[in-house]
Ligand binder design. Structure first.
Ligand code: APR
Ligand code: ZN
Length: 235
């Protein structure tokens, strides 16, 4: 995808709309029958402001210019996510900084999972300098509380979650750089949108066991990032 312009990337996922419906574009809130309301940088020289496209799988329609602006505001990885229904086009990746993910089985059971052992995942990310995909490129970022230890039951479903978390790690979707909602610190490594259990034998933080819905919740959160078992079997 290197070398493609943003407009070319976006157009791959669109079908032409000749007669736009009498509806608003939910990105800019202007009518699809008129020009895009997007006034920011990065759209000069691209297609006519009134071009409208339909996303090929979900069918939601937007101004082409609005989709290009949205794409340019993200990390420009060649993927696009419908802002209405979250359908992902291409492979979604994140901006997790470099680091290490390891795991092993420990011979103890988690509360609520008495019949199996436990998988411990260890994430380690050192502090560094933000890249162009981060909120403040060139500025340092901190990394607190690493190595972070997380726990899954070593059951069939727990091992499936582990497998998908490994894919999420490779796609840089487990952590991101931003403002911690727990500490308020800016420019720091934070959990992205996939919940992890960081307490082993207790549940003092709310991020521990027992939690009978946890594995299903994580599978749902991974699906929202475009990571499913079916999709992983494909590649
Ligand atoms: N364990 C697991 N998940 C957590 C924790 C925690 N202790 N604290 C917050 N989260 C979840 C939140 O529920 C939210 O969904 O992470 C998401 C982002 O929260 P932030 O506070 O922005 O994340 P971060 O600063 O990375 O984490 C706060 O988590 O693992 C610990 O050492 C870490 O103390 C730090 C805390
Ligand atoms: Zn629009």
């Amino acid at each position: 995808l290197a070398g493609r312009t943003s407009e070319e990337v976006v157009r791959r996922y669109l079908q032409k709309v000749r007669n736009p419906p009498e509806e608003d574009c939910t990105i800019c809130m202007e009518s699809l029958c008129g020009p895009s309301g997007y006034k920011g940088p990065g759209v000069g020289g691209i297609s006519r402001a009134e071009s409208v496209g339909r996303l090929s799988q979900c069918g939601h329609q937007y101004h082409l210019q609005c989709l290009v602006a949205m794409y340019n505001n993200g990390n420009k990885d060649g993927s696009l996510q419908c802002p209405t229904c979250k359908t992902i086009y291409g492979v979604k990746t994140g901006n997790q900084p470099p680091g290490k993910m390891e795991y092993h089985v420990i011979p103890h059971s988690l509360p609520g999972h008495p019949d199996c052992k436990t998988i411990r995942i260890i994430y380690n990310i050192p502090p560094g300098i933000q890249g162009p995909e981060h909120p403040n490129p060139g500025k340092p970022f901190t990394a607190r509380g690493f190595p972070r230890h997380c726990y899954l039951p070593d059951s069939e479903k727990g091992r499936l979650v582990l497998k998908l978390l490994l894919v999420a790690w490779d796609r840089r979707l487990i952590f991101s750089v931003g403002t911690s909602s727990t500490t308020g610190e800016t420019d720091t490594v934070i959990w992205n949108e996939v919940h992890h259990k960081t307490e082993f034998g207790s549940n003092l933080t709310g991020h521990g066991y027992p939690d009978s819905g946890h594995l299903d919740n994580v599978l749902e959160e991974l699906r929202a990032q475009g990571i499913t078992e079916e999709e992983c079997l494909r590649d």
